[in-house]
Design a protein around this ligand. Structure first.
Ligand code: GH3
Ligand code: MG
Ligand code: MG
Ligand code: MG
Length: 323
């Protein structure tokens, strides 16, 4: 690493231990005056792991990479602009949520006010009082962990609400709420939109012959193969028990037909491992394929047409694509 990073004493506790005790965080101290940072670092090292970085450009890089709980930034650096660092840290995705504690000389109040406008969370005036420094650092780190925790919870709830737990694909509700949007986008952009319903053939007999767990293994492995054969912009969901829907924006019937056929072959061509790989089962699927036919067509009608095609695929002998 091309920087002067100075670690003072102290082993970093495990992160889980940190959140349990609510103490000891990782702090990046940005200060280029040796007499100042040596004292601050020594004080903070009693409770935290400290890295010191005198160069704000490098500091920004470290803040983005280093998983810090707190940035302490001196606004009266000799050679660089601490305020600029604060504003950059606020605008970067990876550092946006890291609290900033600013340090300034009392006569530097203009810079300090500017810092607070930019999004500095708290400040301390020199000369720094030891107890106050530790208290402010602790408060910011605690707050950071709490908001991180909230953010994680929100993220998890959203993911759970739109994901099928068994396969990790999107669930039906998510697909239905997005299909209308995708259809609208396709219509306004004058692009095609393909939709297919996939149904595993004789899935009931897989359950009957090998057990429900084997059936679940097949569903999971099926989802893996689906993911491999679609693009990032395609939407795959588990529509029902052993029924899946794939929506393909900007894809016409011809191309979608090739994708469907490739997927059908990838299922039929390679037996599915179940019961922890001790058993292999031949699986086939039937696919009903259609495209959005005209502007403003109801998505229910598109789904219905795909379902009719699927019915014919089943009727015609399964293990095939019908459009
Ligand atoms: P077809 O070829 O006509 O589609 O026959 P099929 O047996 O696949 O169709 P059917 O609709 O009769 O059976 C689907 C079965 O899927 C019935 C149901 O018990 C089973 N199933 C639904 N959800 C799950 C699941 O999450 N896990 C397992 N193991 N089985 C499931
Ligand atoms: Mg069926
Ligand atoms: Mg089936
Ligand atoms: Mg079915």
């Amino acid at each position: 690493r091309a920087i002067t990073s100075l670690e003072i004493g102290m082993q970093a506790p495990e992160r889980s231990a940190i959140s349990d005790t609510g103490k000891g965080g990782r702090i990046l101290l940005v200060d280029d005056r040796e007499s100042s940072y040596e004292r601050l670092a020594t004080i903070l090292a009693a409770e935290h792991t400290i890295d010191v970085e005198p160069n704000p450009t490098e500091a920004l890089f470290h803040a983005a990479e280093g998983n810090y709980d707190l940035l302490i930034v001196s606004l009266d650096l000799n050679n660089f602009d601490g305020l600029r660092l604060c504003s950059q840290a606020r605008s970067l995705e990876r550092t946006r949520h890291v609290p900033i504690l600013a340090i300034a000389e009392p006569e530097n109040s203009t810079r300090l006010l500017r810092g607070l406008e930019i999004g500095v969370n708290d400040y301390l005036l020199r000369p720094i009082d030891k107890t106050e420094l530790l208290a402010r650092a602790r408060t910011q780190i605690r707050r950071r962990r709490y908001t991180d925790h909230l953010r994680d919870n929100v993220q998890n709830s959203i993911e759970m609400a739109i994901t099928d737990a068994l396969t990790g694909l999107h669930n039906r509700r998510y697909m239905e709420s997005h299909l209308a949007t995708l259809a609208e986008q396709a219509a306004t952009r004058g692009k095609p939109l393909a939709l297919m319903i996939l149904d595993i053939d004789f899935f009931k007999s897989i359950n009957d012959n090998y057990g429900h767990d084997a059936g679940d293994d097949v569903l999971r492995e099926f989802a893996v193969r689906v993911r491999k054969s679609i693009r990032g912009i395609d939407l795959a969901c588990r529509y029902g028990g052993e029924e899946f829907v794939i929506v393909m924006p900007e894809t016409d019937l011809h191309v979608a037909g090739m994708v469907a056929e490739r997927l059908r072959r990838s299922i039929a061509g390679e037996p599915f491992a179940v019961h922890k790989g001790t058993k292999r089962i031949e699986v086939t699927i039937s696919i009903g394929l259609t495209t959005l036919e005209q502007k403003g067509e109801a998505v229910a009608d598109v789904l219905k047409r795909a379902d009719t095609a699927l019915y014919r695929a089943k009727h015609d002998g399964r293990n095939r694509v019908v459009s």
